[in-house]
Design a binder for this molecule. Structure first.
Ligand code: URA
Length: 231
């Protein structure tokens, strides 16, 4: 493949822009500065731009530790997108495998693989998501049973799917749900007359929030984590 085409595919730029980049002498091939558009690169070539290696790699699977104050969408008039925390090219190709509210923290999965994210978000697959919830009022003895039986949410037909409650402290629980309705966890507790003070997602399926990440940091998923979604 020609080097200018390689830059187009990896950086999402036009041929003309690729040639402009080459003229800035910021591209190296196998460690040597290269500015000729017609130079051939192979799968084994190491191409770098401004010191960053460019790969014609397959799909991306990202785990982000979402801080408060960021939205899980490409744009929002009042808050920055979590995508602004990513040092990635072609941001427009990425989407969320399940969103979090602006004030929720924790695990967000971001990918450009639609089939993979569908497996997480489609109600058909009932992928479990576990949240740590801090409540305004103490947990009541009948909560676990009520969550297991399903909760009637305002303006929704039917009950929520059975959800599992693990009480960790007087006002702190882990709740596992198997669907992803709008503001679901907050609305489930509201239906019981309680209020969610803070919410943090710890698991999506078997993928656990990597607590070695700082708030706002991200890493690529391991092969095992990616494959766990298909189990
Ligand atoms: N449920 C909510 O209410 N908010 C979230 O961010 C995620 C689940």
């Amino acid at each position: 493949m020609r080097l200018d085409k390689f830059l187009c595919d990896t950086l999402g730029v036009t041929r003309k822009e690729a040639n402009q980049i080459l003229r800035t002498k910021t591209v190296t091939v196998d460690g040597e500065m290269e500015k000729k558009a017609a130079t051939q690169v192979s799968e084994d070539s190491v191409v770098e731009w401004e010191g960053r290696q460019l790969t014609l790699s397959g799909p991306r699977y990202i785990m982000l530790y979402k801080p408060e104050g960021f939205v899980c969408s490409h744009e929002d008039g009042s808050h920055p997108s979590v995508l602004t925390l990513l040092d990635e090219i072609k941001l427009e190709d990425l989407h969320f495998a399940g969103r979090l509210d602006v004030d929720t923290t924790g695990l967000v999965l971001i990918t450009d693989d639609g089939q993979w994210s569908h497996r997480i978000t489609s109600p058909k697959h009932k992928c479990p998501k576990t949240y740590r919830v801090w409540l305004a009022d103490p947990v009541q003895p009948d909560y676990a049973e009520k969550f297991e039986q399903g909760i009637q949410l305002k303006s929704e037909d039917g009950l929520t799917l059975p959800a599992q409650l693990d009480v960790r402290a007087e006002k702190e629980v882990l709740l596992t749900i198997h669907e992803g309705k709008y503001h679901q966890v907050k609305r489930m507790f509201a239906a019981l007359g309680n209020k969610v003070e803070a919410l943090h997602r710890e698991f999506i399926g078997e993928i656990e929030m990597d607590e070695s990440l700082e708030l706002g940091e991200y890493r690529y998923l391991t092969q095992e984590e990616i494959e766990s979604i298909w189990k």
